[in-house]
Design a binder for this molecule. Structure first.
Ligand code: MRU
Length: 348
């Protein structure tokens, strides 16, 4: 499989900067964007130049280094680090990987190793470790999830949980990439994913690049495609998974899970352990990002709604655990999905 362009990378040593593939330009342009200030990293996350829960975590960790690296006053280092971390935390609210990665960076700064080697140096090493670990977790998710793919199946996915959403390879799409490497024949249906079209712009592009048989459908066609018997498996990614398994993912995912249940099709979530938030009991506590109404009224580059119309634009929804057949993690498959099984795998 031809490797995709690197989603997020650190350029140079110290000082250095973040380079990311600008996903707002895909699929027509494959272009990189350099972020040399923490404000530029924040903007890239906020506007979805870099998006997808694990990739946001990697970008934020590198963003911490960008924000702190020119700070030379040791007396105020801690204060500046907190400012940078808190600022990056405001970029997007739902994907827990953002908060997980920033917290990891802050923790690292207070370890004794930081005093010996220099805090910024240790922070850069930690950001690179987060990127590398994500790459390894995605490979493991692919290996574990590929067992679920049977010869000749149709697989539906929603949004983009591919290489572009992670350090490399993806979560839900890793399952497909690994199945392909194993020589399995299958067909993928990609929901276009309104309003920002991550399915059409990113998933269809990624799968096409990889040589996977992909068919793009509008979100409202999924029920019909299932009824026609074209789908035997659904695999999606996640932005935050509560302790009981309730899963936040791109708006529309919950609807797909309901449809899958109605048609007797197994619905799986693929996510690394960094996407679990065991501090929250269930999905009702997951903050749901509300985005600009213009993504709906003029998101396709054309005004498609009357001026002044009231718009509701939640970017994510929560699929209840009871609709999820299993959660594919780098540590194994969680099945059935409940708090005991989640804690046993992640904490055991
Ligand atoms: O708004 P986005 O594009 O960041 O939303 C992304 C998703 O919902 C993905 O499915 C999720 O982050 C999993 S990525 C491996």
């Amino acid at each position: 499989m031809k490797p995709l362009p690197r989603t997020v990378q650190w350029i140079g040593d110290l000082p250095g900067h973040v380079r990311l593939i600008d996903q707002t330009l895909l699929p027509t342009q494959v272009a990189y964007r350099d972020c040399k200030t923490v404000e530029e990293v924040w903007e890239a996350i906020r506007t979805l130049r870099v998006r997808g829960a694990p990739a946001i975590g990697v970008a934020a960790a590198m963003g911490v280094v960008v924000g702190i690296q020119s700070h030379t006053d040791p007396a105020n280092y801690g204060k500046r680090l907190k400012e940078v971390a808190d600022y990056l935390r405001t970029s997007r609210p739902t994907a827990v990987n953002l908060f997980w990665a920033i917290e990891r960076m802050e923790k690292k700064a207070s370890e004794p190793e930081a005093l010996v080697k220099g805090v910024t140096r240790v922070l850069l090493a930690e950001a690179l470790a987060i990127e590398e670990e994500d790459r390894r977790m995605c490979r493991a998710i692919g290996r574990i999830g590929a067992d679920l793919v049977q010869e000749g199946q149709g697989i539906l996915t929603h949004c983009n949980a591919g290489g572009l959403a992670t350090a490399e390879y993806g979560t839900a799409l890793a399952v497909m990439y690994t199945a392909l490497e194993q020589g399995k024949q299958f067909r993928v249906f990609a929901d276009e994913t309104r309003p920002l079209l991550q399915g059409a712009r990113l998933t269809a592009w990624e799968l096409q690049q990889a040589g996977i048989d992909v068919t793009l459908i509008c979100d409202n066609m999924a029920a019909q495609v299932m009824r026609e018997g074209k789908i035997q498996l659904v695999v999606v990614g996640a932005d935050r998974i509560a302790a009981n398994g309730d899963t936040a993912n791109k708006i529309g995912t919950y609807g797909v899970a309901v449809l899958a249940r109605a048609h007797g099709i197994p619905f799986y979530v693929a996510a690394p352990s960094s996407t679990f938030d065991l501090a929250i009991k269930d999905g009702s506590q997951i903050p749901i990002e509300q985005r600009d109404p213009r993504e709906i009224t003029e998101g396709l580059g054309k005004v498609v709604a009357p001026a002044g119309v009231r718009v509701y634009n939640p970017a994510f929804d929560v699929t209840p655990a009871e609709l999820i057949a299993g959660i594919i993690t780098e540590k194994g498959l969680i099945q059935p999905v409940n708090e005991a099984a989640i804690r046993a795998l992640l904490e055991g």
